[in-house]
Design a protein around this ligand. Sequence first.
Ligand SMILES: [Zn+2]
Ligand SMILES: [Zn+2]
Length: 328
Amino acid sequence: MALSRALRCCQRVFSWIPVIIISSVVLWSYYAYVFELCFVTLSNHLERVAYLLIFHVCFIMFCWTYWKAIFTPPSTPSKKFHLSYSDKERYEMEERPDAQKQILTEIAKKLPIFTRAQSGAVRFCDRCQVIKPDRCHHCSVCETCVLKMDHHCPWVNNCVGFSNYKFFLLFLSYSMIYCVFIASTVFQYFLKFWVGDLPNGPAKFHVLFLLFVALMFFVSLMFLFGYHCWLVAKNRSTLEAFSAPVFQNGPDRNGFNVGLSRNLRQVFGEDKKLWFIPVFTSQGDGHYFPLRTLCESENPLLANEGKWMEDGGSDEESAVVSWLTLAS
Ligand SMILES: [Zn+2]
Ligand SMILES: [Zn+2]
């Protein structure tokens, strides 16, 4: 017991290593750009002020989004999705798997759940004892079920999901802007050092490495960012891109794809002024997501609406209302 606790403690400490690596590289880049490039290498005062000003805007936005991506806790299913004491007792007393499935199906009828496991059963997490809302998955690293889980990212040492997906995307964007700005401003000084127009010294080493590191990060981020742009446009999580969500009628990769504009608004919110600021503006509460088939006459949400209204308190009611607003 003590051994497993010690192992878990070690694992928790080691999981911060990628974040420490990124932070160290960023701190070094700050020193190299501000002191070695702007103060030591640059001779034009106006150029120095302009570079420092833009650099600090990029740097602050990068740090802010990185911080938010790391320290925003993943959101977990609300109490409504946990088994009540009596349901739990009934579920545990039952030994036949089929009867257990039946119990879960009955409970799930009262919840706005449209996805199923591959077997067709209601998705249930044994470890958290929770009926998984649509798009929710259990993260074995965080040891909890995470709403609209995208993936567990070691570079932010956090689960990327409903609560921080916008922050993660902004972190990728501002990282790229930071790299592009550094590479484009450093390039001419890199050439000057290369052809010998500037004297040899420690600044040369820092400037050469700044360009090399900025380009290397930019190229790797470009692929990841491009992939996530495609995912947002299609309204898919990384997990759903690998394994299509299963609905009552079978798997459907585009089950949550409600058109580019609405897909974007689901992640970034209605107010375009806040799209590029790392404040939470994603729509809904992470438990319900509009379905592509929502506009069709056989609308499962509307068919179940009455049930939730009867069953749920004011929280549930407002969640469904906000969900419906989102869908319209
Ligand atoms: Zn779980
Ligand atoms: Zn996780």
